[in-house]
Design a protein around this ligand. Structure first.
Ligand code: ATP
Ligand code: MG
Length: 361
């Protein structure tokens, strides 16, 4: 079995690593000249509008998936004529555009962060009567890791942003004062069976995920998150891994974002769950039985942003698992992660976590 992956970043790299024990090979397709997946799998260089290259790529694989939603859907419609694409292109199209995503959530009666369109500001900025500064402006497409969004702190920022952005290319969100950020990762197979990982608690800084902790135990919220995930999975007749990011406000969950793919907040599943998100995604899209999503041990995931801690120092910490993505360092770039697994009750866990904090921050 050979899986074609659009994109050659760390998610493609970890998907490829997960496939190896099952005899699933991968081939990545990316316009990037340097890609970190190339350390572990074959990479095919091509633009997303190079139809000859895409055709050749499709001829070399059995099924196609993607590691990012920032891919022109035209490329996928073209590929789909040759090989099955999972998750469906409809799921990709709905989630690669924040406005479409919001409308989908509204249609499915799922609560999400309120939003406005730039055009709502016309008519003498009437909207300002209902919206307090600061609020957030987000580009509809191509955002990730907080890129493609900015805070509007006052009327000067607002006027500048109205000059800078095409009003149809952005949305506005009020600042949500949430208790915490949570995510749920789930996987659905050809027959409609769904497995859910537990809720994950996420800490972001400047729009970038820094830390994820799993499991976050809150049965009431977990039930709500699963209901929401099930609605989306069923609506798309979805195959593969899906992630939903939430803001917890009181006992409510507001959807922040949906990702039709494996997700950074799920990297802990490599060591912390019976089956990793990467393996389960491959199992789902290849038509194999899903693996258990049960937690093996409490896990904390730390991202390496901009620089990486010393490998050997980290390896000396019991329960710490080091993952480098083999990328050039640059500010705000995700270069790798470390997952710590260990029981919260164990006093050594606190000491080890403190050590890891010191090494990473
Ligand atoms: P990702 O890497 O998850 O794709 P992104 O760039 O697409 O990120 P979001 O997930 O929308 O962007 O936002 C990144 C982070 O910024 C959120 O996880 C949250 O911490 C903060 N944030 C975004 N929108 C809001 C909001 N309306 N109110 C408060 N905080 C917000
Ligand atoms: Mg996000």
């Amino acid at each position: 079995m050979k899986v074609g992956i659009l994109g050659g970043g760390q998610l493609a790299r970890m998907l490829s690593l997960a496939g190896a024990p099952l005899g699933i090979k991968t081939l990545c397709y990316t316009p990037e000249k340097v890609s970190c997946a190339s350390d572990v799998t074959d990479v095919f260089n091509g633009e997303y509008d190079d139809w000859d290259a895409l055709q050749l790529f499709a001829s070399k694989v059995d099924v196609i998936t993607y590691e990012t939603e920032n891919i022109p859907s035209r490329a996928l419609y073209f590929l789909e004529k040759q090989k099955a694409v999972y998750p469906s292109i409809a799921a990709l199209e709905a989630t690669q555009d924040r406005l479409h995503e919001k409308k989908l959530l509204q249609n499915l009666s799922i609560q999400c962060t309120p939003y406005f369109e730039m055009s709502d500001f016309n008519e003498k900025n009437v909207l300002l009567e209902t919206l307090d500064y600061p609020f957030i402006l987000k580009t509809r497409r191509m955002g990730y890791d907080g890129k493609g969004q900015c805070r509007i702190a006052n009327s000067v920022d607002l006027i500048n942003s109205q000059k800078k952005f095409d009003p149809n290319s952005v949305i506005i969100e009020p600042m949500i004062h949430f208790e915490r950020e949570l995510s749920i990762i789930c996987v659905r197979d050809y027959e409609g069976k769904i497995n859910y990982y537990p809720l994950i608690e996420n800490v972001h800084e400047q729009g970038i995920l820094r830390i994820s902790k799993a499991p976050f135990v809150a049965p009431g919220l977990e039930k709500k998150a699963r209901e929401c995930a099930k609605k989306i999975l069923t609506y798309f007749n979805y195959i593969g891994v899906l992630t939903i990011e939430f803001f917890q406000v009181g006992q409510n969950l507001l959807v922040n974002e949906i990702a039709p793919r494996v997700h950074n907040s799920g990297h802990w599943t490599i060591e912390g769950a019976q089956t990793s998100q990467f393996e389960n995604h491959l199992r789902a899209i290849c038509g194999f039985a899903l693996g258990s999503t049960s937690v093996l041990n409490e896990a904390t995931l730390f991202n390496f942003i901009g620089n990486q801690p010393d490998l050997n120092t980290c390896l000396k910490i019991k329960g710490a698992y080091y993952h480098t993505y083999g990328k050039e360092a640059s500010p705000n770039r995700k270069l790798g992660h470390l997952t710590f697994v260990g029981d919260k009750q164990d006093p050594r866990t606190t000491i080890r976590l403190r050590k890891i904090h010191k090494l990473i921050f």
